[in-house]
Write a protein that binds this ligand. Structure first.
Ligand SMILES: NC(=O)c1ccc[n+]([C@@H]2O[C@H](COP(=O)([O-])OP(=O)(O)OC[C@H]3O[C@@H](n4cnc5c(N)ncnc54)[C@H](O)[C@@H]3O)[C@@H](O)[C@H]2O)c1
Length: 486
């Protein structure tokens, strides 16, 4: 049962405050958790419930078993109360899309204005395929988070809470975890038993319906929505592992900031996922330092999504009062912003380490922004809307990263001298990964190939300083003849 109903298992078996057994009575931290557990009990049926299960859960399970599939509680399915009435069998809120919906005419225009989507479910035309039920039917969307680092855990906290309030999503979130041992225990056990990712997001309890799973295929099995949130260097391998194991009609969204340089030139991370897994892929990028998001401090983010229905669904899945989402269809620009700003942040860190003041740092940020725009115009397949740079994924993310992020911090230490980027990454980040230096190396190769290094002095010199032994003291000099001053 642990495999099928891990949340129920953890919730039911664990003792102690917050969730579990207390004198034979279950207590939950929220009504959402109680509801999720009741729903699972209905799915499980009385026979599969632990003996210790509370009377209310056993009652729910009996009630669930009595309901016929036409009431929405099929024995093996994931139907929920308000769906699935009538002779045609279960009506379920998720059905996969036939393919990418046509984007809106103007790149960068917020999709919410379009008013084209229904209440957030994904419509399917004929031939949608997949195992989510018959055409026209819908079922709660199962969500899998591929990744469990700092940002992966913060987004799991939001999604785990949000889905408890929505009928559109299955109550369990499976979260793939790259297994490691922390304080003598498996990190997956720590998350499933103590509900905290003590290594990557210490001090924050994760909702109990977030279940860590160390095998990526098991985690993604049956998922309708895949959320990719791992350091970008690991994405090709993970996608190869997942190939052939993703549900037909599933959709994905990448929260990953980075790009890949390939023999064919620049590749966005969303392109890699799309090509390898053959699924629709959107992106989410913004001024979102994970710890602050997890602390529920107000911020914004941008989703780049060409399918208005998917955009609405993602918004329902992830938006909160303190995490406000704008959806635009200028996906490639959104994604490039997320990757390139990390290079600028390295430059900002150099600036801090060298002891320059606020004016200099502001100039570095502005020149970095100009290079981001020029790069996007050169390399995006579709049109590039300047307004996209005014969204959270653009100028806001650039500012936050240049003041608060790990790339800035490590670059500042690098400029103070004595250690390589790799040494500092190991020493300062406790297993977290830097993105800026590696992205600068990928960008450099692309610019060299296209004979354009002279047009991007900031990007190029970050690379030369990080990897080619150029003195960090020359960083500002390199910017004095910037093409934007000529
Ligand atoms: N942390 C943030 O504030 C933040 C905010 C927005 C976006 N992002 C982006 O999210 C993505 C993920 O970053 P994060 O902060 O969640 O991760 P992280 O840097 O905190 O953690 C590293 C992760 O990589 C995993 N890992 C280590 N070796 C691995 C391997 N061989 N294969 C697969 N995984 C391995 C670790 O288990 C861990 O989960 C990055 O692209 C990052 O740029 C991060």
């Amino acid at each position: 049962m642990a495999d099928s109903f891990p949340f129920l298992e953890t919730s039911v078996m664990k003792t102690g405050p917050g969730c579990g057994l207390s004198a034979g009575v279950f207590s939950f931290r929220s009504t959402g958790e109680r509801r999720a557990c009741r729903l699972l009990a209905r799915k499980a049926g009385p026979a599969l419930l632990p003996q210790a299960a509370a009377p209310s859960l056993r009652k729910a399970a009996r009630r669930g078993r009595r309901r016929s599939p036409s009431r929405g509680w099929s024995a093996g399915g994931a139907g929920r109360g308000r769906s699935g009435r009538g002779a045609k069998g279960p009506r379920l809120p998720f059905s996969p899309p036939p393919g990418r919906a046509e984007g809106r005419a103007a790149a960068g225009a917020p999709l919410e204005e379009a008013g084209e989507a229904d209440a957030g479910g994904i419509r399917r035309g004929g031939g949608g395929g997949g195992s989510s039920g018959s055409a026209g039917s819908t079922m709660p969307a199962k969500v899998c988070i591929v990744g469990s680092g700092n940002w992966g855990s913060a987004i799991a906290k939001i999604i785990g809470q949000n889905i408890q309030k929505s009928m559109k999503f299955d109550p369990i979130i499976k979260m793939w975890i790259f297994e490691e041992t922390v304080n003598g225990r498996k990190l997956s056990d720590l998350i499933n038993q103590d509900h905290e990712n003590v290594k990557y997001l210490p001090g924050h309890k994760l909702p109990h319906n977030v279940v860590a799973i160390p095998n990526v295929r098991d985690a993604a099995n049956g998922a309708d929505i895949l959320i990719f949130v791992i350091p970008h260097q690991f994405i090709p391998k993970i996608c190869d592992d997942l190939k052939g194991h993703v549900k037909t009609g599933a959709i994905g969204i990448s929260l990953i900031k980075g790009i890949e340089e390939t023999p064919d030139g620049l590749k966005l991370i969303s392109d890699i996922i799309r090509e390898k897994l053959k699924i629709e892929v959107s992106v989410l990028m913004g001024a979102n330092i994970a710890n602050e998001v997890a602390d529920e401090m107000f911020c914004e983010t941008t989703i780049g999504c060409k399918n208005p229905d998917s955009g609405k669904l993602y918004k329902e899945l992830m938006q909160t009062q303190n995490f406000r989402i704008t959806v635009v269809d200028d996906c490639d620009t959104v994604e490039l912003c997320g990757a390139l700003k990390n290079i600028v942040a390295v430059g900002a860190g150099f600036c801090d380490g060298l002891g320059f003041g606020d004016n200099t740092k502001a100039a570095v940020i502005r020149l970095g922004l100009m290079e981001m725009i020029s790069f996007a115009k050169l390399f995006c397949k579709g049109p590039v809307a300047i307004e996209t740079f005014l969204e959270s994924c653009g100028v806001a993310d650039l500012i936050t990263t240049c003041y608060g992020g790990r790339n800035r911090k490590v670059a500042e230490a690098f400029a103070c001298g004595g250690k390589t980027i790799e040494e500092l990454e190991k020493e300062m980040l406790n297993g977290q990964k830097l993105q800026g230096p590696q992205t600068s190396a990928e960008v450099y190769k692309i610019l060299k190939q296209k004979k354009m290094v002279d047009r991007f002095p900031l990007f190029v010199n970050v690379y030369l300083i990080c990897y080619q032994g150029k003195s960090v003291k020359e960083f500002i000099t390199c910017l004095q003849n910037h093409p934007h001053h000529m």
